[in-house]
Design a protein around this ligand. Structure first.
Ligand SMILES: [Zn+2]
Length: 711
């Protein structure tokens, strides 16, 4: 499960982690794309801490980075059957842009940048198709001709000339009515037939899938193909993602680099006593080694059991260099089963991770202090694993657009039996334009609250997320008399209830003195920080009204947030929290913190009661009343304010570049595939300064290469 809501609001959110690191070359705001720059903002990020790693850890990071890049194209292939062809066409035009009419070159480049950010011509978050803004088919034809004269090569399929290529792609690029939705989850529709995502060959229907054996229907790393047998009958088959199978070309490169990373698995510091003396020894982190071996086996065989083994070892891994790689999230499958490819590499921020560790070690303390009855408290609380990291790279479903945090694995039984790991992406959270941050501050907080928010808002926001993840989701247990899983019993509103409950836990527990004790806040600033936390959390929900199209709030986190905002600000109740109106603009006001906490406590007890007793009707009633309807007055005001700010809708990232430092080999070595036998990798280095286009073109080149230092 990933936590994308914060990122969906990213460009506008002032709710940062800590003060951003001093901007180096290539970091901070790099460019904006689209009409008035509103479609996309590109932010460059650095990865502080890389230089402090040991040499072997830097090498491990380098090889894992290469593995992540090697799989980058897979997500294009999954997004739509022609997504990569469209990208290749526009990249070839980009490489020959001097030959084009400047206005056409600009329009084509804008479209290409959106293709890069979204991995195709469907919105990464919205799943809806977009078309070029200022480009006609005729202009595209002429551009292709002009580029061809300058040596551009467009033939993508065997025997296909540029004219045929353009004719094939035309409706998919230009006609918004052709396959308008990448993922359709509207009840009543044939979800498979009406979804353009490439997990299913065109022509496959939901009925076809439902006719397959249950075991095949449940597969998570396959695509379904439609063929005809000798008698012309339809045959639907599940073909696994694996080396030698679907995406085999890319996956064999992923495995090539993962195997190299295996030699540099992170080291664990172990203290041993020998002859009465304490000594320190470093050993490979056993679970991390096992995770990598299981992942390699999974990608080589397509066996899902191996991916589960990998997931269990991964969630137990606590290492300086960590990663994700594989088919993980199922948001792009209309049936929510098949995974999209994503990969990343990260390095741990030791300081914040330590504070988070302390929070996690106190999970039992917080559980005991939850306001609901003891029967619904967990007697034994395993401290959840949580870390704060900086990303070195993220590809596929994870980047250049991606979440700010995730909690994995997704499989419910693995979570039940082994727990899960929370990962917060610090440099992604910090990737905010200071200018936008200031604009939001001025537009959405009263003049009296602005100094408080600019002083403590970032930190408060951080801990809202950490408490939500580390203490919130894991807390509580079902009533002993409840036979069924509450998720199943409660049904469609369950995820919103759960997000609401985790947020309420965060708001309620933040004022506990333990937070100052573990160093989350300074004791003398605790009350101010708590006020900032309430203001930040509730203002975000006020804004959600203006960001919603139409009359309904649909996303689970936002529904949960609406319940908190609406319950706390309901007319006629004195909760210490209100929405006040000033010159037609609405602001959240916190006048009495202890009353506000009491109100959250009452709500939290109610939420836990609904969950523990599996009360479907009660949950539906609460969410229908407080969580799903847009407040029209707030909506029009907030929309106008957002409109005036002209904020970009999405954020894409440019990561630092991790390169191999090569040295001459002292010994003659048998030449390995793609390797220069005279060179050895001595170290890895980090640099920033690439543009968005440079990064994306490099990903493409590096993905196909097994050179240690490709051009
Ligand atoms: Zn959550």
């Amino acid at each position: 499960m990933n936590h994308r809501w914060a990122f969906a609001l990213a460009a506008g959110s002032m709710l940062l982690a800590q003060a951003p690191a001093p901007a180096g070359a290539g970091t901070g705001e790099l460019e904006r794309v689209g009409e008035n720059g509103r479609d996309l903002i590109v932010m460059g990020v650095d990865a502080p801490g890389f230089d402090k790693l040991k040499r072997t850890q830097r090498l491990q990071a380098y090889y894992l980075t290469r593995a992540a890049i090697a799989g980058h194209d897979i997500y294009y292939l999954q997004s739509h059957r022609f997504a990569r062809d469209i990208r290749d066409l526009f990249e070839e035009l980009y490489e020959h842009r001097e030959a084009l009419d400047p206005a056409v070159a600009e329009a084509a480049t804008e479209y290409l940048k959106l293709i890069w950010a979204n991995h195709g011509n469907y919105g990464h978050w919205s799943h809806a198709k977009f078309t070029p803004r200022n480009l006609t088919f005729k202009q595209l034809q002429q551009a292709v001709k002009a580029a061809k004269k300058k040596g551009a090569r467009f033939a993508i399929r065997k025997g296909e000339n540029p004219e045929r290529l353009l004719a094939r792609l035309k409706p998919f690029i230009f006609d918004p009515k052709v396959e308008p939705l990448q993922v359709n989850q509207q009840a009543g529709a044939d979800l498979i037939k009406s979804s353009a995502v490439a997990f299913y060959d065109p022509g496959i229907t939901l009925k076809d899938i439902e006719a397959l054996p249950a075991e095949q229907q449940a597969r998570q790393n396959v695509r379904f193909t439609l063929k005809r047998d000798k008698r012309g009958r339809r045959v639907v088959e599940a073909e696994p993602f694996m080396v030698g199978g679907v995406y085999g070309e890319q996956l064999s490169n992923v495995v090539f680099w993962l195997k190299r990373a295996l030699a540099y698995v992170d080291n664990e510091r172990i203290e041993v006593e020998k002859d009465g003396q304490k000594k320190v020894r470093f050993e490979p982190v056993a679970v991390q080694k096992k995770a990598l071996e299981d992942l390699i086996a999974h990608l080589q065989t397509g066996e899902e059991a191996k991916f589960r083994d990998y997931s269990v070892a991964w969630l137990k891994t606590k290492a300086s260099v960590d990663y994700l790689n594989g088919f993980i999230e199922a948001y792009k499958d209309p049936r929510s089963l098949i995974g999209t490819y994503q990969a990343n590499v990260s390095i741990r921020d030791e300081g914040l991770s330590e504070a988070l560790d302390k929070l996690s070690q106190n999970a039992a303390y917080f559980e005991a202090k939850m306001p609901w009855q003891d029967a619904w408290k967990r007697a034994k609380v395993e401290p959840p694993l949580a870390s704060v990291v900086n990303l070195l790279v993220a590809t596929g479903d994870g980047g250049p657009m991606g979440p700010v945090a995730y909690n994995l694995p997704n499989a419910a039984d693995l979570r039940r039996d082994h727990g899960s790991k929370n990962v917060m992406l610090l440099n992604v959270e910090n990737a905010r334009s200071p200018k936008i941050k200031q604009q939001i501050l001025e537009a959405f907080y009263t003049a009296e609250d602005q100094p408080l928010m600019s002083r403590l808002g970032d930190r408060a926001r951080n801990w809202l997320v950490y408490l939500h993840e580390v203490i919130g989701h894991g807390s509580g247990q079902p009533d002993a008399g409840l036979a069924e899983d509450p998720a199943r019993k409660i049904g469609p509103y369950y995820t919103a209830l759960e997000e609401c409950r985790a947020d309420a836990v965060a708001l309620y527990q933040f004022l506990d003195p333990k937070l100052a004790e573990i160093g989350a806040v300074k004791a003398e600033e605790h009350l101010d920080a708590a006020k900032a936390l309430f203001l930040a959390a509730l203002t975000r929900q006020l804004r959600a009204n203006g960001e919603a199209d139409g009359e309904a709030i649909r996303e689970a986190h936002e529904r949960g947030g609406q319940v908190i905002l609406n319950v706390l600000t309901e007319a006629g109740k004195d909760t210490g929290v209100s929405v006040l109106q000033k010159d037609g603009r609405h602001f959240v006001q916190v006048s009495d913190l202890s009353k506000a906490r009491e109100a959250v406590k009452d709500l939290l007890v109610k939420l836990q009661t609904l969950k523990s007793t599996g009360d479907a009707a009660g949950t539906a009633d609460l969410f229908d009343r407080y969580g799903t309807r847009v407040n029209k007055v707030w909506q029009s005001d907030v929309k106008a304010r957002l409109e005036a700010l002209a904020l970009p809708k999405n954020t894409a990232l440019v990561f630092p570049k991790v390169s191999a430092v090569l040295a001459d080999s002292k010994f003659a070595k048998a030449p390995g595939e793609g390797e220069d036998p005279r060179k050895v990798v001595q170290d890895a280095s980090l640099s920033t300064g690439e543009s968005f286009a440079e990064q994306m073109l490099r990903f493409k080149r590096w993905a196909r290469s097994r050179d240690l230092a490709p051009q």
